[in-house]
Design a binder for this molecule. Structure first.
Ligand SMILES: Cc1cc2nc3c(=O)[nH]c(=O)nc-3n(C[C@H](O)[C@H](O)[C@H](O)COP(=O)(O)OP(=O)(O)OC[C@H]3O[C@@H](n4cnc5c(N)ncnc54)[C@H](O)[C@@H]3O)c2cc1C
Ligand code: SF4
Length: 495
């Protein structure tokens, strides 16, 4: 530690966000460019070398957080980059997008604000790119074995990079026209600019990974053909089968799934479209679903020029502090959080105040009503208690010309026949079943990421990709030196 009393001398300071009125006028990332580096060494020095770092356990990747905090505090950025990349293929993704369960498990967080671990991580990652510490690492020799990775989200990319570096010939098949999975067409530009994705893809191509886009496995290429071409197949197809809302009026036009809406906005940012055909401009928007996907719709609708935006959450508003009885430290607690998108909703002219929260908690949708042309014009809701029983007399209607459903996902998409053509077994939740080695019921076929774990997070997806790569490498070569940070049945820490 550069300063053993760092946590006593300095308070927590986060990477500042740009003013709301500026950032809602563009799609750039919400943070002030260049404002992290001047504060980050002092922040890293707040790490108190606690001896038993729970942050390390709380991170599914097992990131060596105290080690790289210390290296940053001592201004050794190359060393920090090496330690960070030893456990995380894509720290610039997690440093921007991870909800940071590590910070909930930080020992300092027992009685003080946690170390800004996620900020330190992204600072190291960005510095590594700027200073050339992340060059391509092609393998010294090839194994003569080939692996097909289906899906190019964070799971597929991490698996492909690990297996390529281990010497296997890896081909990534992706049904979309671009690489990246939900990081490409789900997550908006203002949370992570796509240039970060492009840079990693360039690195991976230079290492030897091959990419085949616009190729839906099951549809454009059969399961038998793929298994004949490759020694192993890794299914990293995500969990993109969305949940719907079976209430009266669902058939009205103007009601769309979040993942019908967000990809179009992302395509505008990519330059594929002039404007989104589902743009929220001038509309009263209601988002059904209180999670992060809903918040992404909110930030997107604000930038598109919505008239008003309301986000409905069926759960009651959580408290501001951790409930020590039900979610003690170091568990990741459900507390009231105001994301960047929630801050931005106050910028709308129709917002009652700049700090008004666009969310309605404990709100359940009853039905939609439409105009004579069959277009939605109102969403009817009722307040509910903790058991989701309606509170009598609380029914009301919200004006709505665009309704976005952000209700989560149940498992892999079934429309392309991939599950049937491979003959895969699914579990009760609709995800692909696998054994302790990530192997499915079909010989030589493995499953990882959201497709098998269920809807999750990027940090878990990268951990899954690394772990399945180790399992496949072991099967192909008899042993593996690749790290396996998690097992298929590991779950986040709970009380
Ligand atoms: C809107 C939204 C926002 C999110 N925001 C965050 C966030 O801020 N932080 C966070 O940690 N997590 C976030 N998540 C969750 C995170 O994106 C996922 O957990 C993660 O992307 C899962 O990675 P994956 O590689 O398993 O699957 P995916 O990213 O879904 O990738 C699967 C890929 O497989 C491809 N595919 C599917 N079937 C086939 C086929 N038959 N042939 C070829 N290719 C196929 C798909 O096109 C896709 O590209 C968000 C999710 C959504 C929906
Ligand atoms: S990946 Fe997430 S949990 Fe792990 S160190 Fe980074 S922010 Fe923390």
């Amino acid at each position: 530690m550069a300063d053993p009393r760092g946590f006593l001398n300095s308070s927590r300071e986060e990477w500042p966000r740009r003013p709301v009125e500026d950032r809602v006028r563009d799609w750039d990332e919400v943070y002030v460019p260049g404002a992290l580096l001047p504060i980050v060494r002092t922040q890293a020095d707040r790490c108190m070398d606690c001896g038993i770092p729970f942050c390390h356990d709380a991170c599914p990747l097992g990131n060596l957080i105290p080690e790289w905090n210390d290296l940053v505090a001592c201004d050794d950025w190359r060393g920090a980059s090496d330690r960070l990349h030893a456990t995380n293929n894509f720290p610039e993704f997690t440093g921007r997008l991870c909800p940071a369960p590590c910070e909930a498990g930080c020992v300092l967080a027992i009685n003080q604000p946690a170390v800004t671990i996620k900020n330190v991580e992204v600072a190291i990652a960005d510095r590594a790119w700027a200073d050339g510490f992340a060059p391509p690492q092609p393998p010294d020799r090839l194994s003569g074995r080939s692996v097909a990775v289906i899906g190019s989200g964070p799971t597929g990319l991490a698996a492909a990079q690990q297996l390529t570096r281990a010497g296997h010939t890896v081909v990534v098949y992706e049904r979309d026209d671009r690489i990246g999975g939900l990081m490409r067409y789900g997550i908006p530009e203002f949370k992570m600019e796509k240039r970060h994705l492009e840079r990693r893809i360039t690195q991976m191509r230079a290492e030897g990974t091959k990419f085949r886009t616009s190729t839906a496995v099951g549809w454009d290429i059969g399961a038998g053909e793929l298994r004949a071409r490759h020694d192993a197949v890794v299914l990293a197809v995500g969990a993109t089968a969305w949940r719907d809302l079976a209430v009266d009026g669902r058939e009205l036009s103007g009601i769309h799934q979040a993942m019908e809406y967000l990809p179009l906005a992302n395509r505008v940012c990519e330059g594929d479209l002039e404007a989104s055909p589902l743009s929220a401009a001038g509309k009263d928007v209601v988002i059904v679903g209180g999670g992060d996907t809903g918040a992404d719709c909110l930030g997107t609708a604000v930038r598109e020029g919505a008239k008003s935006v309301t986000q409905l959450d069926i759960y009651a508003q959580p408290g501001a502090e951790r409930d020590e009885a039900s979610e003690p430290w170091p568990v990741y607690p459900k507390i009231y959080r105001l994301s960047a998108a929630h801050e931005e909703a106050g910028a709308l002219e129709t917002s009652p105040s700049a700090d008004a929260d666009a969310r309605l908690f404990a709100a359940s949708t009853l039905r939609f009503t439409g105009d004579p042309s069959g277009r939605v014009c109102a969403l009817h809701l009722v307040e509910v208690d903790a058991e989701r029983r309606p509170r009598p007399g609380s029914e009301r209607a919200l004006p709505a010309d665009l309704v976005l459903l952000a209700l989560g996902f149940s498992g892999p998409d079934r429309s392309d026949g991939l599950v049937e053509r491979f003959g895969l077994e699914l579990g009760p939740r609709g995800t692909i079943t696998r054994d302790a080695d990530f192997a499915t019921n079909v010989p030589g076929v493995y499953a990882a990421g959201d497709a098998a774990r269920g809807q999750s997070l990027i940090v878990w997806a990268i951990a899954e990709g690394r772990a399945v790569a180790a399992a496949v490498d072991r099967r192909l070569t008899g042993e593996s030196r690749l790290p396996a940070p998690i097992g298929p049945h590991d779950r986040p820490m709970t009380a």
